[in-house]
Design a protein. Sequence first.
Length: 302
Amino acid sequence: MSDSLDGSGSHEAIDDTLATLSADLRALRLKAGNPTLSALAHQTGISKTVLSEAFAGRRLPSARTVDGIVDACGGESAAWVARRDRLAAAQNGRAAASTLDAAPTTDAPVGTAVPAPTRGRGREPRRVRLSVAIAAAFTCLILGVAGTVGTLELLQPRGQGASAAAPTDSATPGTHGASAPRIAVKTGSDPAFTECVDDAAVAAAETRAENTLLEIIWSDACQAGWARITRYDGLAAGNVVSASIYRQLAPGADDRQSTSEPEAQGAYTTLLVRPTPDTKICAVGAITIDGRTIDLGEPMCL
């Protein structure tokens, strides 16, 4: 973390990193009284998913996101945005250098064919793209454990062409007979900022209409879960994905957790803590296509 919270920090541009920027943003948020993601989203007009990614350091936030967060937390946004722009320029420079280094040369022996570059797949929405480097940084920052990058998959939409995974016994609520959580968390918490991701796994998954996937991710240690919705129709632009998780006997209660994300391939809800070992939880999802809302079917419960 930098020595100051004015945005410029104590770092020269060459030493600044995405992880440091996100750590300073979190410190600024704490200094402002630690407003919830919902409160920040309401104040800034920026989705909770984008805000969560900015605080977690999953990818470099946009200038608009940095400006909104800093302004909402009482900081001087101009210095922060300038710092963010320096990081963006540095990242772009490294990407360009990497491209040049990877370009084929003419030093191959005579008669050896130089392979043509492989044409990549089309660009996916930025919100669901995660580089290996940023994933590793996020893992070390949030989980503090090397080699656990795989847990990030539980916070991201599944990759293109993924199918519903078979739930594991360890992820199914109640299989360990736990009557109380081993890790204390609150309903409404972002799972990315909790230890629930350490043992979380897909507990239920179903392929739904319009080429979508609805899942419940469960942490037995926290006795809590979250819903995730992913679309594979290629129509994220201009449309919305939505999901909710709730107690089966109280679908309209205050502890129902919901998310709606515009122009995203997928989204996940905040945590729902199960109050008793016998409580069943359910998830539902919906998407929009050209302004038309499509309900993705009956609740999925466990």
